[in-house]
Design a protein around this ligand. Structure first.
Ligand SMILES: O=c1[nH]c(=O)c2[nH]c(=O)[nH]c2[nH]1
Length: 298
């Protein structure tokens, strides 16, 4: 039967690159998880075993570490742009590079009321992430975001008026807990962006909107959060969410003669509702390959 090689990419996944800035006594840390990939004409490697055009994944790994030293990490986006450009330059057969970088944030440990110069405690409130795709024809896509941002509202959320059939048992809720472990990724138009301040502001907008929007469903909260980001940040073309609904069920204490007026819940981990949505600016630029090989979104 006739067949041919379809789409493919290859690279080194999850390089754990830690860059310390130690020019002064006050050190800085950038703790990264870096995945690289090259796409292009790698047919021979698959069909005839000819590796002449293949820049080894081991070399890609070494380049990720070398670029942390040579170029530095002022932001995950700036580092990913530089690393992706270098990989394209080093691999003539590649037509595009994809560099995904997650950053684990560290805070200074406070000692006697003062932040320590070189001792840190890992921050747990979500992971900053970026995916930079560069095409040899000059197109560059930056999709940044935040993962595992766990948020909860203890009131200000309802879910009622939904469609019912013979299998519906869910009671209507007019005051429930709303919680999710959010993944949000947004696509920038262009690269002329203050990466760090823009990230901080978008994250703050997402959190503030989650907090202040009365929620009739997680869907409504996500749409409000996406709309707020697009309203405040003209450089964002679209934003995508993947949000597990972390159900909190009121625990039945009636059985023990104890009342439970919305105070004790069972936090169930599985199954969970999975709510995914994109909010797109009207007339936004073409996403091209920006989202290729980025799973987890509708
Ligand atoms: O916010 C929600 N959206 C749903 O679509 C849904 N479905 C469900 O059972 N609970 C919820 N909650």
């Amino acid at each position: 039967m006739a067949h041919h090689l379809g789409s493919n990419q290859y690279g080194k996944a999850e390089n754990r690159v830690v860059r310390i800035y130690r020019d002064t006594d006050r050190h800085e840390i950038r703790d990264l998880n870096v995945s690289t990939a090259l796409r292009g004409d790698f047919t021979a490697a698959h069909t005839t075993g000819d590796q002449a055009g293949v820049l080894p994944t081991d070399t890609q790994k070494n380049t990720a570490f070398a670029w942390a030293r040579k170029h530095g990490v002022s932001s995950v986006e700036d580092y990913a742009l530089a690393l992706g450009a270098r990989l394209l330059e080093a691999s003539p057969a590649a037509t595009s590079s994809r560099v995904e970088v997650d950053e684990y944030a560290w805070d200074r440990i406070t000692v006697d009321g003062r932040p320590h110069d070189h001792a840190f405690v890992r921050r747990g409130d979500g992971t900053r992430t970026t995916i930079v795709t560069q095409e040899r024809d000059g197109q560059t896509h930056v999709v940044s975001g935040v993962k595992d941002l766990v948020v909860l509202k203890s009131t200000g959320s309802e879910f009622k008026g939904f469609l019912k059939d013979e299998f519906t048992t869910l009671p209507e809720a007019d005051d429930r807990i709303l919680a999710t472990s959010l993944v949000a990724r947004w696509r920038y138009d262009g690269t002329d962006v203050e990466w760090n301040t823009t990230f901080d502001e978008i994250r703050a907008t997402l959190l503030a909107t989650f907090a202040t929007t009365y929620s009739r469903a997680l869907q409504e909260s996500l749409y409000a959060m996406g709309s707020a980001v697009l309203d405040h940040r003209p450089e964002v073309a679209e934003i995508r969410f993947s949000a597990p609904n972390k159900h909190h069920f009121l625990y039945d204490l009636d059985r023990f003669g104890i009342d439970n007026p919305g105070e004790v819940f069972h936090a169930a981990d599985r199954p969970y509702g999975l709510i995914e949505a994109c909010v797109e600016r009207d007339g936004a630029s073409d996403p091209g390959t920006a989202w290729l090989a980025t799973p987890g979104f509708c």
